[in-house]
Design a protein around this ligand. Structure first.
Ligand SMILES: Nc1nc2c(ncn2[C@@H]2O[C@H](COP(=O)(O)OP(=O)(O)O)[C@@H](O)[C@H]2O)c(=O)[nH]1
Ligand SMILES: [Mg+2]
Length: 203
């Protein structure tokens, strides 16, 4: 993927009107701190375009990144921040629901999970929600650099197996059970998996 231009086009909070446009959108979801902003920076070859943070729960906005004037990467606010107040959690749910109701050009959703851990209850709930909307989910397992080479395949298999339990509860239009994909192993630190992510997003 050749990145010619990239700009943070719009930042929307709980009271913002969300944009509706014709360009395709690819949304990113995941627990806060899973590495969404780092993934965006890595994909577009920019160090600090999307603000990364060591403190979870910071980005409670929807950020629209316009790529090559052709499509948007949409960074959705992270979930599962344990210390978030009830109010903050409700605001998160409201904003994210409004996003899914408003968008008219969502082509794919990337669900990010941490390669080191079994998907959490929140991850599974989000995955269930994506499949219930009938949208194709691309699963990206982040922070691959934190595992030893010998641990990678087992970690990816554990994620696939856990997601599979949710996937089989859904069917496609012809009534066949859905299946969870093998996650794309990715590291924003080393760039491992970047080409696979781009080729999957472009297909
Ligand atoms: N080692 C390593 N750290 C990462 C990776 N991706 C993100 N991080 C770190 O994890 C923290 C949260 O990342 P961020 O992109 O802000 O997560 P977000 O909340 O999902 O947007 C930051 O300290 C990042 O530097 C990765 O692939 N490898
Ligand atoms: Mg972020």
């Amino acid at each position: 993927m050749v990145i010619k231009t990239v700009e943070l086009n719009q930042v929307c909070g709980p009271t913002s009107e969300l944009p509706v446009h014709d360009l395709p959108e690819i949304a990113l979801v995941g627990r806060s701190n899973v590495g969404k902003s780092s993934l965006i920076n890595c994909l577009v070859n920019r160090k600090n375009l999307a603000r990364t943070s060591g403190t979870p729960g910071k980005t409670q906005t929807i950020n629209y990144y316009l790529i090559n004037n052709e499509f948007y990467l949409v960074d959705l606010p992270g979930y599962g921040y344990a210390r978030a107040s009830k109010d903050a959690q409700a605001a998160w749910a409201e904003l994210i629901e409004r996003y899914f109701q408003t968008t008219q050009s969502l082509t794919k959703i990337c669900q990010l999970v941490d390669l080191r851990h079994k998907p959490s209850k929140d991850d599974l709930q989000m995955y269930d929600w994506i499949l219930a909307m009938g949208l194709p989910a691309v699963v990206i397992a982040t922070k691959a650099d934190k595992l030893k080479r010998s641990q990678l395949a087992g970690a990816a298999a554990q994620i696939q197996k856990t997601l599979e339990e949710t996937a089989v509860l859904h069917t496609d239009l012809s009534g066949q059970s859905l299946h969870a994909p093998d996650p794309i192993m990715f590291s924003a630190k080393t760039g491992a998996g970047k080409d696979r992510v781009w080729s999957t997003l472009q297909s």
